[in-house]
Design a protein around this ligand. Structure first.
Ligand code: ADP
Length: 364
């Protein structure tokens, strides 16, 4: 199963194409500069080239820390390394690989590194390297259970309280009061459903079982419908769609795009405690349909801006002012956008607000 690679001794004649497994060459900074067909087929043409190999697009978030440390050591010493890690396939599923990374051409002033990736997912009893971050993972799991449990318990407590009040025979409730209690029960049930939907969506993203149905759609209409939902929900909406809304078509799954955008708008409202206005705007740039969600809320510190897209990642409660959530929304939005060939990015200034940008390739 293992194939030797030119690790420290350079062999410039080696052709990536002749290797029997996925392989690529990266520059000293970790940017992939050449790859063979096995790699391109595995990760898909978009992710195959001109990307950083140590990104969460390609490497499982739980394996990144371990790989960073091996890669850092290799770059400092020039020594090759061999590890097991999960790599993302084009369909979003993760498969365990043995990665062997070694210097490709040690004589060249422009150091390059060659990596071979052997898929061992289906190898029975393949030994899995125990991660040095096991303890952190255990902590993460326990945090997840606490967060999700809390997110379900809060609405459930309120549903229970309302139902008991309605059930109480002596309760002398007007029709109006009864209907208000029922409204709260409906709202809180929807909140629980949304949390469960998020957990299930994150799980199917993780397992690569999420199916998207792409078709040609007018992005403006999708954005209009999402903004309208927030209007209807709040009555006194703080969400405004900036006009004009240009006609931009893209090949997307409309339901999933709605879900990705709704998460961003919901966050913008949630993290703008003073109820300041949230502006959504649609435009077209360099062949992409761009949707900006702009708020003037609490903002996100610079050193946390990449981390908020990680699964279950929430900022410190002192920063979020006690607003609750599961830490799944941004992860789901970004993953969905990426499945549609796009991305979600963020610009933010602590105390001044944030702009989340969702983009997908536009059709001509
Ligand atoms: P959550 O359910 O906690 O809102 P998300 O994945 O949607 O989960 O967001 C992750 C974290 O990013 C949030 O807990 C919050 O700290 C921060 N965040 C997301 N959107 C915003 C925003 N518009 N303004 C400020 N902070 C935000």
């Amino acid at each position: 199963m293992e194939h030797s690679i030119p690790a420290t001794a350079a062999d410039p004649t080696v052709s990536l194409q002749t290797l029997p497994q996925a392989a690529w060459i990266c520059d000293a900074r970790g940017r992939i500069v050449a790859a063979n067909e096995h790699w391109k087929r595995y990760v898909g043409p978009v992710a195959a080239m001109r990307t950083w190999w140590l990104s969460d697009r390609l490497v499982h978030p739980e394996d990144i820390a371990m790989l960073r440390s091996s890669w850092g050591h290799a770059r400092d010493t020039g020594e090759p390394f061999r590890v097991e890690a999960r790599l993302r396939r084009f369909d979003g599923s993760w498969r365990y690989h043995v990665l062997q990374v070694g210097m490709h051409d040690s004589d060249s002033p422009h150091r390059q590194w060659l990596a071979t990736c052997t898929d061992i997912e289906d190898v029975p009893h393949a030994p899995r390297v125990r991660q040095p971050i096991d303890e952190q993972l255990e902590q993460l799991r326990s945090d997840i259970i606490t967060t999700v449990g809390h997110e379900l318990r809060t609405p459930l407590t309120s549903i229970y309280g309302m139902a008991v009040t309605l059930q109480h025979r002596d309760a002398n409730l007007s029709l109006r009061a009864r209907s208000q209690l029922l409204d709260i029960i409906v709202d809180q049930s929807m909140r629980m459903t949304a949390t469960i939907d998020d957990v299930l969506a994150a799980s199917s993203i993780e397992h690569g079982t999420l199916q998207l149905q792409h078709r040609r759609c007018d992005i403006g209409s999708i954005v209009r419908s999402v903004v309208a939902t927030f209007d209807a929900a709040s009555g006194t909406s703080t969400v405004r769609l900036q006009s004009p809304v240009p006609q931009v078509d893209a090949s997307v799954d409309p339901e999933r795009l709605r879900q990705a955008l709704a998460n961003l708008v919901e966050n913008a409202v949630k993290y703008s405690p003073g109820g300041s206005e949230v502006v959504v705007r649609v435009w077209r740039r360099d062949g992409n349909a761009i949707i900006d969600v702009i708020d003037h809320g609490i903002g996100i510190p610079l050193d946390q801006q990449e981390h908020v897209f990680e699964r279950f990642r929430r900022l410190d409660p002192s920063l979020t002012r006690g607003v609750s959530g599961t830490g799944l929304g941004l992860y789901i939005s970004r993953e969905l956008a990426r499945r549609m060939g796009g991305d979600v990015t963020l610009r933010s200034q602590l105390g001044h607000g944030s702009t989340f940008t969702l983009q997908v390739p536009a059709l001509s």
